[in-house]
Design a protein around this ligand. Structure first.
Ligand code: SF4
Length: 274
């Protein structure tokens, strides 16, 4: 078996290291998986544009040596849509936290999915707002504690996969930071997919979610991903249907991609046809 070359230094801005994430944060593992996916696909960094909003996860755009836009909270997909429409040949990747993607950016998220624009959204789900101090997010779930819910939240949470599928995303997958090789494979599939792709990666925030909910540190949180997640359709689900499924939920290449569809409209307009 050939040994993989995992030297990804050509894809990072070394001047910004060491990175700013807390010890034990899962986001560095997601960055590692993303860089290895890009490396394995042998993508030219000058052909990649990364757009991010605000939050710990969004700092990724500063660390990669792609074209990058660190924009405003929740609007990364709106910026990415503009970039992609102006130059469809670029590979557009958007790393997002759970609040950035589905609270402040929720509207942009569902409409990007509905349009099926060729963007890869990586939702790094740690079920809390990390950077701003541990407020609960739309993915925290009922009974979880946060600085804004010291007696626990009563809000029900979205399921990222179900929401993405319902909104029309044509590639939808889930993994965890405990499964980096699986994450690499899913990110590669998502980038190659022509259409709106969502990869949810469960990623631990030991500093806020871990402490507030007394679930231990990074090791215990990783252990949770190991014990409480299974591949789609695993026999273990018969005994325990509450286990979280990992893998590819949707992979549909039949739906027209938005930039292609828009090109056809331009073509018609140029020919004066309605
Ligand atoms: Fe990671 Fe949480 Fe620290 Fe942010 S606050 S860097 S999400 S551990």
């Amino acid at each position: 078996m050939s040994k993989k070359n995992y030297d990804v230094t050509g894809y990072i801005r070394q001047r910004f290291f060491p990175q700013m994430w807390c010890p034990g944060c899962g986001h560095g593992t997601v960055l590692g998986s993303l860089l290895r996916a890009v490396k394995e696909l042998d993508l030219d960094k000058n052909e990649i544009v990364m757009t991010s909003g605000i939050g710990c996860s969004s700092r990724i755009s500063g660390y990669v040596d792609f074209h990058s836009l660190h924009t405003i909270h929740g609007r990364a997909l709106a910026f990415a849509t503009g970039v992609k429409l102006s130059k469809p040949s670029l590979t557009a990747i958007v790393p997002m936290g759970d609040g950035d993607a589905l609270a402040i950016g929720g509207n942009h998220f569902i409409h990007a999915a509905r349009r099926n624009i060729d963007i890869t959204a990586i939702v790094m789900n740690n079920r809390i707002y990390g950077m701003t101090g541990g407020q609960f997010s739309p993915l925290s779930g009922p009974g979880k504690r946060a600085t804004t819910a010291p007696y626990s939240t009563i809000d029900r949470n979205f399921d990222v996969v179900d929401l993405s599928v319902s909104a029309g995303a044509t590639f939808v997958a889930r993994s965890t930071v405990y499964h980096p090789q699986e994450s690499i494979d899913l990110i590669k599939r998502a980038i190659r997919h022509k259409g709106f792709s969502v990869v949810e990666i469960l990623s631990q925030c030991p500093t806020h979610f871990g402490r507030k909910n007394k679930v231990g540190g990074a090791v215990e949180m990783l252990e949770y991903y190991k014990q409480r997640t299974v591949k789609i359709g695993s026999k273990k689900l018969e005994k325990d249907p509450t286990l979280i499924q990992r893998g590819i939920f949707v992979d549909n290449s039949e739906v027209p991609e938005y930039c292609d569809a828009y090109d056809l409209v331009i073509e018609k307009a140029m020919k004066g046809k309605r």
